[in-house]
Design a protein around this ligand. Structure first.
Ligand SMILES: CNc1ncnc2c1ncn2[C@@H]1O[C@H](COP(=O)(O)O)[C@@H](O)[C@H]1O
Length: 300
């Protein structure tokens, strides 16, 4: 949480008033990973209902601190994925996450999620996607004025066959609200070229493409290849080589900026040094997103 600086006091009266203003402001959220957006209450509820089946999960605590490296961050999903391992739970978290964003004043939400299989519970990549879509479609618009669309994520760990399956699902469910495909997961793993045909195929069917881009320095080696897809938005864009920086600026390629995630994962030193400053000074299109609220330390 920010300090009550002279600027906040003069503009809003108090930090509380600023929070109220920020919550009530109508917002769009374009970078929300479904399994990364679970509130502490939702996680606790899931631990409680799964504790007989998986007692080892009861003592797990999501670290609420700044991490040393981004790689540590992805271990958290080994825990979360054990909780969200069947269609019923996937539907439950979809509803919970939509309601939480709605409470925060979000009017247009693009949720993103990686289709996941679990043979022991009969969940397939397709039934995972259907569980999300049917929840979005059933969502009571009378109760909640929020528009929700879905992006299907392709993991850097995926084989080309798995990535193609996700692209095919995105194409199949385009009319049901899937608007695009994303490349995500641990940026130190894999290479865009292993899964690139899936993005090219999705694009050729009219879907949009967003890519986690330059989250760590070594990602710069992939940028030239990524930009030939070409993406419609990029996420993070923390480390940019001169060519990709120039491409992004001259094409006005929108950047999904996730400041808290960057600082928490230690890919950006602190908020004052965040690259959003230089992009905004050039009036470059940036949208602020949460990325992953489940790990956001309350004191940041
Ligand atoms: C912090 N920066 C990040 N960079 C890259 N990928 C990230 C990420 N944060 C989250 N994910 C991706 O989102 C998945 C969880 O949501 P879904 O299971 O898809 O709903 C994670 O497993 C990871 O692949």
């Amino acid at each position: 949480m920010a300090d009550e600086t002279p600027f906040i006091l003069s503009q809003y009266g108090s930090l509380k008033e600023l929070e109220k203003f920020a919550r009530e402001l109508p917002k769009i959220e374009l970078h929300a990973h479904l399994n990364g957006s679970l509130s502490p209450e939702t996680l606790q509820y899931l631990v409680d209902i799964k504790k007989e089946e998986k007692p080892h999960l009861t003592n797990f605590k999501i670290p609420k601190k700044r991490l040393d490296t981004i790689n540590e961050f992805f271990l958290i999903f080994d825990f979360i994925y054990q909780l969200t391992d069947d269609e019923e739970t996937v539907a439950y978290i979809t509803e919970a996450v939509i309601r939480d964003f709605h409470k925060d004043g979000v009017k247009y939400l693009e949720l993103r999620s990686t289709p996941r299989k679990n043979e022991s519970k009969g969940m397939t990549g397709e039934s995972y996607v259907r569980a999300i879509i049917s929840t979005i479609q059933k969502f009571p618009s009378s109760e909640c004025d929020i528009i929700v669309r879905l992006i299907l994520s392709i993991s850097r760990k995926d084989s080309l066959e798995e990535a193609m399956e996700t692209a095919d699902l995105a194409i199949k469910y385009k009319k049901a609200g899937v608007v695009g495909v994303d490349l995500c997961s641990d940026p130190s793993r894999g290479h865009i070229d292993n899964v690139k045909p899936a993005f090219v195929k999705a694009k050729s069917h009219g879907l949009k493409v967003t890519l986690h881009f330059g989250e760590i320095e070594s990602n710069m080696l992939e940028h030239a290849s990524m930009l030939t897809i070409p993406p419609d938005r990029v996420g993070h864009a923390t480390y940019l080589d001169p060519y990709s920086r120039d491409y992004i600026l001259s094409n006005k390629l929108p950047i999904e900026i996730c400041m808290t995630s960057n600082v928490t994962c230690n890919t950006v030193k602190d908020y004052n040094e965040h690259h959003i400053k230089s992009f905004l000074s050039m009036e470059h299109p940036c949208c602020l997103g949460v990325s992953v609220s489940a790990v956001t330390p309350p004191s940041f």
